[in-house]
Design a protein around this ligand. Sequence first.
Ligand code: NAD
Ligand code: IPM
Ligand code: MN
Length: 354
Amino acid sequence: AEQFDIAVIPGDGIGPEVIAEARRVLDAALAGSSAQISWTEYSLGAGHWLETGETLTEETLEKLKRHSAILFGAVGADPLDTRIPSGIIERELLLGLRFNLDHSVNLRPSQTFPGVSTPLAGEGDFDFVVVREGTEGPYAGNGGQLRRGTPQEIATEVSVNTAHGVRRVVRDAFVRAQARSKKLTLVHKNNVLTYAGDLWTRTTREVAQEFPEVTWDYMHVDAATIHMVTDPQRFDVIVTDNLFGDILTDLAAAITGGIGLAASGSINAEGVYPSMFEPVHGSAPDIAGQQIADPTAAVLSSALMLDNLGLTEAARAVGQAVHAQLTEWAQSGTTGLSTAQRGDAFVAKIKETL
Ligand code: NAD
Ligand code: IPM
Ligand code: MN
């Protein structure tokens, strides 16, 4: 039987609450399969930093590299906790993992769930995927501060876009478009960000030559936020840079019915390092510890992980169970379930379908 050694990083805030449910759902989905799964939990995040002063050590990184995949909850300190420097956990741990494990493709699917209400006025289901670049752009940490704290202060945050980085994510997006509706939209801001925009647009035009069946278009990111709300059906595969993708995918989550539903995969496209599967949402300090967080995003992220590991049947079982259960709750008007009650229901649904 195939052997998988999964690293679990529950993290901070609601991270451990939603990951507990994802773990139970995964166990249920794999109950009948011959795959051998082992779990190793890593306690990293704000709590670990307070105890040790460490975010992600070289040693931990080396251990993580040996796993088949990583299931990640969420990190981030409560902003009211003044002991923790702003953003240190996010940059050194979360981005540290994405960068060191070369997660070039940040895959963020977005689809409506039949019956689940959305804030959109218009009718109709939609199903698109945002292929967000994961290792470059304004996230590269290339910047600096001059004359900090003076009226002459200058802060820079330079977006890094390499031919290699852009080409590999654009090519990945074309491959996905080819396997879906054969439609791709490049989202950027090439009317203002002319240097990076030129590289992205030129690269897309070039890579498109390899995919004659895929039609592609271009949209400025500001306009994309309009169309995503007024006509989300027009999108199939969106490819975009790291920061635009971050912002667009919170919007995409909101229009499917909420941030608690949005899953993602940080993919090492070359398959050299483990990929990481994580909800799009953060540690939600405003609702942490209350058992009210929606575990759906974490559960669907674990389905993306199963799919990535080649356990497609188990992945499909989780996806179908979640869709069916969300629709049932919507139809019966069920609200107010705890995080664990929602996990219970997903587990029961999976047992029904397997
Ligand atoms: P957030 O996603 O944590 O929360 C935004 C809003 O959505 C909050 O009102 C929250 O209560 C709600 N929400 C989030 N997840 C939910 C869920 N599963 N069910 C129900 N409601 C949910 O974003 P934020 O408030 O901007 O950030 C909080 C912290 O998380 C910050 O420290 C931030 O840096 C960090 N963060 C981490 C990640 C990550 O680990 N992947 C992602 C985003 C933000
Ligand atoms: C996300 C988060 C992260 C990002 C932060 C916490 C670094 O917002 O996963 O969407 O910006 O990528
Ligand atoms: Mn985000």
